[in-house]
Design a protein around this ligand. Structure first.
Ligand code: ATP
Ligand code: MG
Length: 425
């Protein structure tokens, strides 16, 4: 047995988790402004919840599922993405809200699992924040949801994320396009990768999304789906474009983008950025108007996206963006002698109860070592507590930057530490 983490997983250590928390909090605050509430679904689902909705022939389902049979011989999979589980839950819990509460807007933050070849920005357990909006067909929903992701990137200070936009149209448009694409690709069949030859039979649109060089070359002159949109689909797409322009959200049209999941229709989008010359998608989503019905609910349009947190943090790092994460301690108590041990405990507890952060020495070390700990923890103030202080009922508290000191009584600390802190801070 290997006593190491499984391939493609990561430990998020305390030194990094402050950044994670910052980004997650910003996401929560941003989503709240758009009237989203949080949903938490199980980390694993019945295999069928994912397989057919995401698409039997997608990479996610054919290659990347983390599935197994449990002790009751149920076919289970760790969730590879958030939308299918949320739609499953929406239908199962009958969240089809009364008209007054529509649309229903929900977000999630959590682990996703895909059996992929691990590399930079590609893990087997990764984290997504995602949103799903149910019940609105209005193109304004598409646009405000895209704008919400854009706002998040802006507030984080990420530069050079480019919005790629496409439309898959409605079912009729997609059928017409599918045939045109088959007609175009069939003569090129031999030039396609093995995977794409299979895709051509099973799910030709996915050839467009292939990352293989030979496939990219083959689809270069492929017909554009935008030429196959019917009137309704065209009107929706035009409205989305106009509203994006109204909100000054820049975008490029990317007719070869189809997304890795089968349930989308009309608007699809990705936010793409460059990392070390290669392109990485950080956020991707779109409209899925038939998924709720597929899960047995009433016909309900949907729109959402998933955003990869590891990739987002990677980009922050690559772009040299420092997040305002504060790692400091309000008080460190240096403890001298066994006779001060209990008093030190009483004081840190009193300080913590009043809403401040406090740490102390537990190891009976030399004073110099304790002061080094205070620095290592970025303590704003340091109290030195020895047996003589315990007897006198007072201590001096020092500003660890300016070295300025004041003497205070224990009661002052336990009754109103805020006042003490304000004096010395
Ligand atoms: P890619 O084309 O890069 O494989 P995808 O189309 O599979 O991405 P989605 O299923 O749309 O990605 O997932 C949404 C987001 O989740 C991606 O944009 C990315 O930020 C993140 N993501 C997807 N797979 C992984 C992974 N294996 N490791 C880390 N992040 C991932
Ligand atoms: Mg993928």
């Amino acid at each position: 047995m290997k006593l190491q983490k499984p391939k493609g997983t990561q430990d998020i250590l305390p030194i990094d988790s402050a950044k994670w928390q910052y980004v997650e909090n910003l996401a929560r605050e941003t989503f709240k402004k758009y009237n989203y509430g949080e949903i938490r679904t199980p980390m694993f689902e019945h295999y069928e919840v994912i397989s057919r909705s995401v698409g039997d022939t997608t990479d996610i389902v054919t290659k990347e599922m983390y599935d197994f049979h449990d002790k009751g011989d149920r076919h289970i999979t760790l969730r590879p993405e958030g939308t299918a589980p949320v739609v499953r839950s929406y239908v199962e819990n009958k969240l089809f809200a009364p008209e007054v509460q529509k649309p229903v807007k929900m977000y999630y933050i959590g682990s996703m699992f895909r059996y992929e070849r691990p590399q930079a920005g590609r893990l087997r357990e990764f984290h997504q924040v995602g949103v799903e909006c149910f019940g609105s067909q209005n193109p304004a929903t598409d646009v405000e949801t895209i704008a919400m992701a854009y706002q998040l990137f802006n507030e984080l200070g990420i530069k050079d994320v480019i919005l790629h936009l496409n439309s898959l149209g409605n079912t009729e448009s997609r059928q017409a396009y599918r045939q045109a694409l088959i007609d175009y690709l069939t003569p090129l069949r031999e030039t396609l990768s093995k995977d794409s030859q299979r895709r051509l039979d099973e799910n030709p649109l996915r050839v467009l999304d292939s990352k293989e060089k030979e496939d990219k070359a083959a689809v270069e002159n492929a017909p554009s789906i935008l030429d196959y949109l019917d009137e309704e689909s065209q009107a929706h797409f035009d409205a989305v474009r106009e509203m994006l322009e109204l909100l000054q959200v820049p975008y490029v049209i990317d007719t070869n983008m189809v997304r890795g999941l089968d349930y989308y229709n009309h608007t699809i989008f990705e936010f793409i950025t460059k990392v070390d010359k290669s392109e990485l998608t950080i956020c991707a989503g779109g409209r899925y108007d038939s998924l709720v019905e597929y899960f047995g609910g009433p016909a309900t349009p949907g729109f959402g996206f998933g955003l990869g947190l590891e990739r987002l943090l990677l980009i922050l790092d690559k772009q040299g963006i420092e997040l305002p994460v504060e790692e400091s301690l309000d008080v460190y108590i240096a403890v001298l002698g066994a006779g001060a041990n209990s008093k030190a405990l009483e004081l840190v507890q009193a300080i913590r109860k009043q809403g401040f952060s406090a740490e102390r020495d537990y190891l009976g070390r030399k004073i110099k070592a304790q002061f080094k700990s205070a620095d290592a923890f970025h303590a704003k103030t340091v109290i030195t507590l020895g047996e003589s202080e315990v007897e006198a009922g007072q201590v001096s508290i020092k500003n660890n930057q300016t070295r300025e000191e004041v003497t205070v009584r224990f009661e002052d600390i336990s009754n109103d530490f805020a006042a003490v802190f304000a004096k010395i801070k």
